[in-house]
Design a protein around this ligand. Structure first.
Ligand SMILES: Cc1cc2nc3c(=O)[nH]c(=O)nc-3n(C[C@H](O)[C@H](O)[C@H](O)COP(=O)(O)OP(=O)(O)OC[C@H]3O[C@@H](n4cnc5c(N)ncnc54)[C@H](O)[C@@H]3O)c2cc1C
Length: 562
């Protein structure tokens, strides 16, 4: 796109996954001049990879209260209950809206929307399109964008948030990846919908683009991050490359077996078995593996009894993944799986309208922490979060934009960023970004994984600190300007290292076990001291940790059983 000098909008949404698209549509409905910016072409956003489905209490006998309670319990009581109530109450209308937009959800034999069971849920309330739900929704949402003629800046990489003299966020500096040019974008309000940070770990179910840029940019600009220690390990990721095999498999009835062919979940979750919440199932698997009852570092996911017809109709992508990468046909054989990094429950602290702790900056989707997932997200609640809170953030940003004058930001932001990028090109040949990225990812998986110890976390802290130092010597070998992915990967690595540091610091800080944060040296949940969010702030001396209260409306903490 040819730009007018100094592009300016009322609302600039960064991130074109489901949260960003939904926010942009809503901001435009509110009358704002909106633009949507993304480092990849919009439909390549990670939302596209979502497989299993999206939750809502829509069926007879189900209720929003039941959905909310399951979510609160799943969060190990760390989720804010006011936000969870909104998520569950607004879910049915959100699904109906998607279906009206044109999402062809699966239907049951009566022609009604069909649902499947997902982990930690008392009712079958996950609505789906085969096992490619995210793609189905994202493409339909993209049609809505086109229909509304929204301005998009595709393949622009945001490198910096910019502020006015009062310290309010009033735009971004972004790199046009096609030309290598930097540009200053002014906006009355900025919405970050920049997705997750899965690639801080190696392996991860997340796309290679999930590098947490927005979280890191907001953090360095002074926004609070919340509950960064709460990293979800999904129970069924493929042996080897760590690709996701959706919970839809267990929702349709798949078993988990150890090397003796035993359904070991009966020991930890006799009622829900394989459909206990993800933190519970991942820990149970890891115990089997650690105690020698695994199969070559994995356990087995068995779908043979579901039959070819169901597998081909409802789980075709899972079959293809296992076949392509391991040569295993799930119709005839069980497939080796293990817990793998999947989701960041924490993120940029945002209220139920998407407002962050920085004036002018809003956040929604996986980059935000509202917090509806607390210590552990239930499967299929994330797609829901993107549309429910994407809509709210878009609306709030548009209303906010009406209340402020034209954005005034100095060109100095652009010049500073240009100097910084030039300094990266000027570095002499030195460290390679890919090598550092791998070391970071493997360190995080080893020391900040399903089970954690003070010793392991301290070791991770030292390694990440060393890697941050080494990043200062990473060189950009490719001196070209056009689609310089080498440069982008160096910038992404910087973001990931800051987030890795925040995750480790938060995990050291929380001396209890809750949700996905399981410390062998503090094995119990400690409500007396830790029924609080972890707040992480960026300072020159490193992450600064504090706490803030959890909002409890009606569900007092209880011990969790599944
Ligand atoms: C394999 C997989 C399967 C999943 N399955 C499910 C499921 O079945 N149900 C469910 O509820 N959840 C699922 N999840 C989780 C869910 O898909 C995600 O949490 C959700 O889609 C995130 O949406 P988002 O809009 O926040 O971000 P994303 O869809 O990740 O989009 C992020 C956007 O930000 C842009 N961006 C990032 N950094 C920059 C930058 N520096 N400059 C410019 N743009 C930038 C990207 O280009 C992209 O457009 C799954 C996740 C994975 C990885």
């Amino acid at each position: 796109m040819i730009l007018s000098p100094m592009p300016e909008h009322d609302v600039l949404v960064v991130g074109a996954g489901l949260a960003g698209m939904r926010a942009a549509i809503e901001a435009q409905r509110e009358g704002a001049d909106v633009a949507l910016m993304s480092k990849v072409y919009p439909v390549r956003s990670h939302s596209n990879a979502a497989q299993g489905g999206i939750n809502a209490a829509l069926s007879e006998g189900d209720s929003w209260e039941s959905h909310a309670y399951d979510t609160v319990k799943g969060s190990d009581y760390l989720g804010d209950q006011d936000a969870i109530e909104i998520l569950a109450r607004e879910a049915p209308a959100a699904i109906v809206e998607l279906e009206n937009f044109g999402v062809a959800f699966n239907r049951d034999e009566h022609g009604r929307l069909g649902s499947r069971f997902f982990g930690g849920a008392e009712h079958a309330r996950t609505y789906f399109v085969g096992d490619f739900t995210g793609q189905a929704i994202l493409h339909v949402m993209f049609e809505q964008l086109l229909k509304h003629g929204l301005t998009t800046y595709d393949e622009w990489f945001v490198t910096q948030l910019v502020k006015d003299d009062q310290g309010a966020v009033r735009g971004v500096v972004a790199l046009d990846m096609k030309s290598g040019r930097l540009e200053l974008f002014r906006a009355k309000a900025v919405v970050f919908a920049t997705g997750g940070m899965g690639r801080v770990y190696e392996p991860s179910t997340n796309a290679l683009i999930c590098t947490g840029d927005g979280m890191a940019l907001a953090y360095r600009a002074g926004a609070n991050l919340l509950d960064m220690e709460m990293v979800q390990f999904h129970p069924t990721t493929l042996k080897g490359n760590g690709a996701l095999l959706s919970e839809a498999a267990r929702g349709e009835g798949a078993y988990l077996l150890n090397k003796d062919g035993e359904r070991f979940m009966k020991k930890t979750a006799p009622n829900k078995m394989e459909l206990a919440s993800r933190d519970v199932v991942s820990r149970a698997e890891q115990v089997e593996i650690n105690e020698g009852r695994g199969v070559d570092g994995c356990v087995l996911l068995d779908m043979r009894h579901l039959g070819a017809e169901l597998i081909l109709e409802r789980l075709p992508q899972i079959r293809e993944l296992a076949l392509e990468f391991l040569g295993v046909d799930i119709i005839h054989e069980p497939v080796p799986v293990r817990p793998g990094m999947h989701y960041q429950m924490g993120g940029i602290k945002a209220d139920v309208e998407g407002r962050t702790t920085l004036d002018g900056l809003f956040a929604a989707g996986e980059c935000a922490c509202v917090s509806v997932h607390g210590g552990n997200r239930l499967g299929a609640n994330s797609l829901l979060e993107t549309v429910v809170f994407g809509r709210r953030a878009g609306r709030a940003a548009a209303q906010y934009a009406k209340s402020v004058g034209a954005p005034r930001v100095s060109e100095a932001w652009l010049r500073d960023e240009e100097r910084f990028i030039a300094s990266l090109f000027d570095r002499p040949p030195g460290e390679r970004a890919a090598a550092l990225r791998l070391e970071m990812g493997q360190t995080m998986t080893r020391d900040v994984g399903v089970f954690r110890t003070g010793e392991g976390l301290e070791s991770a802290r030292r390694t990440i600190a060393e890697l941050k130092e080494r990043w200062e010597r990473v060189s950009v070998g490719d001196k070209g300007r056009v689609f310089n992915t080498n440069l982008v990967s160096v910038l992404e690595l910087r973001n990931m290292l800051d987030l890795a540091e925040a995750v480790v610091a938060s995990a050291i800080f929380r001396t209890e076990s809750r949700g996905a944060h399981a410390r062998l040296d503090y094995p119990k949940r400690d409500d007396a001291n830790w029924l609080v969010h972890t707040v992480c702030r960026h300072t020159a001396a490193g992450p600064e940790l504090s706490t803030m209260p959890v909002v409890i409306t009606r569900w007092e903490p209880e011990e969790r059983h599944y």
